[in-house]
Ligand binder design. Structure first.
Ligand code: 9WN
Length: 428
């Protein structure tokens, strides 16, 4: 593909545009990721967008997270999609999931970024009202984090599994390729992909992958979406470096909130989760590739390779000196091979694809977390580079869903909420 024409947009204009995107995608109490392609409320998108709203409307920022947690399940799970109003432009919709919730939702979760987003809101709004809102959100997030630790880490290993590639939020990452082979997608009910009406097929998952995604939805539905049964029987149960690192960073945020909000009884519980994860993450270390990587909990095999999710080890504040040195080595090697960091998959691997979704492209909101982690852990030159690359992408190519890591071409949906929120969060 030829390089897209480059824009030259100054910071103030970018901030105005970013604000207009978020408010344009506001559907009243919740924000859609982008019109058409994703017409519902997505979990981690929404939490990131709350941080964007916080730059100009704190009340609306809280409302975004409050709406999300209002759809928590009785077992504590906060679902990955809330289907507020049925929309014909997305598949699979509420009837396919069939979760039986009063307001329909999907049947699994998404990476728990909400706690550190809520902490950010509390830092900007810590008067009596802000504290009261934070305390209610805290209670819901505490239950959600408990759900992750109980149901997605049933062996108390300190690493959390996902039961569907969609639960990782990194749908077609090569991290899942091997484990997905255990999922039979050959007998799924006929369906029509609606994503391909909005986005070029070369930027999206393949039909074979989609068949398996739908087979996993059918399997979860056949178990009545019971989280314990799914943990025991789902053919796909893979510890995810992304979700594990995000949960650990979010547990740390939850701990700080618990202390600030005087939720004293919760403190030792969270401390135990953190301690378990700090040692547990070593199980994700793939010595043969010298990286943190996915671990198939059914086969005990590592899969995938160096991903942008693995780079979240810094955000989680983990890793021995040797592990950190290896990850920084990968960061530099990969950045030297691409036009923009941080590539979602390793360009030295044969299954790398610079434009196909989570197999190479850069995601701005992931960069926000990676850059923050690098800075916090003292890798300031790399942290600065991540920010400069993100700024160059947004000012040069707009607020796309993701970007070709080689030439920066905007890819996926346009006018994208969490990309806009990332700019506002960085710029504010
Ligand atoms: C499935 C909304 C979501 C993001 C995910 C991203 C993509 C959905 C899809 O869009 O996934 O959940 O249909 O492709 O991979 O991270 O939350 O922006």
């Amino acid at each position: 593909m030829g390089a897209a024409e480059k824009l030259h947009v100054d910071d103030a204009t970018l901030s105005r545009e970013a604000q207009a995107i978020i408010t344009g995608n506001d559907r009243g109490g919740y924000t859609v990721p982008t019109a058409g392609l994703y017409p519902y409320q997505w979990n981690w998108d929404s939490a990131i967008v709350a941080m964007g709203f916080a730059a100009f409307d704190l009340d609306r920022a809280w409302a975004e997270i409050e709406t999300l947690v209002a759809h928590q399940w009785p077992d504590g799970m906060i679902p990955h999609i809330v289907f507020h109003k049925e929309a014909p432009t997305y598949f699979p919709g509420p009837n396919v999931w069939d979760t039986g919730r009063p307001v329909p939702t999907s049947g699994h979760s998404q990476p728990p970024v909400a706690a550190f987003c809520a902490e950010e809101l509390l830092a900007r709004d810590n008067g009596a009202l802000g504290q009261a809102r934070a305390a209610r959100v805290f209670d819901a997030l505490m239950r959600w984090h408990r759900w992750w630790h109980d149901y997605r880490d049933p062996g108390a290993l300190g690493i959390v599994a996902i039961t569907h590639p969609w639960e990782s939020g990194r749908d077609n990452s090569p991290d899942w390729d091997e484990a997905l082979k255990a999922v039979d997608g050959s007998n799924v009910a006929p369906y029509e992909r609606r994503d391909l009406k909005h986005v070029d097929a070369k930027m999206r998952p393949t039909k074979e992958e989609y068949d398996r995604y739908i087979a996993l939805v059918e399997f979860g539905r056949s178990l009545g979406w019971n989280a314990r049964d799914i943990g025991q029987r789902n053919p796909f149960f893979v510890a995810d470096p992304g979700t594990t690192f995000i949960l650990l960073a979010a547990d740390r945020a939850l701990l700080r909130m618990a202390k600030f909000l005087n939720k004293i009884d919760d403190v030792p519980v969270i401390e135990e989760w953190i301690a378990r994860a700090e040692t547990g993450v070593n199980r994700l270390w793939d010595a043969s590739q010298e990286t943190f990587a996915a671990l198939d909990l059914r086969t005990s095999k590592h899969g995938g390779g160096v991903s942008n999710a693995a780079m979240l080890c810094f955000f989680a504040g983990v890793g021995s000196n040797d592990q950190r040195a290896a990850m920084i080595g990968h960061f530099r090697r990969i950045r030297a091979k691409t036009g923009f960091g941080v590539a979602s998959h390793d360009p030295d691997q044969p299954n790398f694809d610079s434009i196909r979704y989570w197999r190479g492209p850069v995601w701005a909101f992931m960069n926000m977390m990676i850059g923050r982690g690098l800075n916090e852990q003292g890798y300031e030159a790399e942290g600065h580079q991540v920010w400069e690359d993100t700024r160059a992408l947004l000012s040069g190519y707009g607020f796309a869903e993701y970007f070709d890591c080689n030439d920066g071409s905007p890819a996926g949906g346009g006018a994208f909420s969490w990309t806009a929120a990332t700019w506002l969060q960085y710029a504010a």
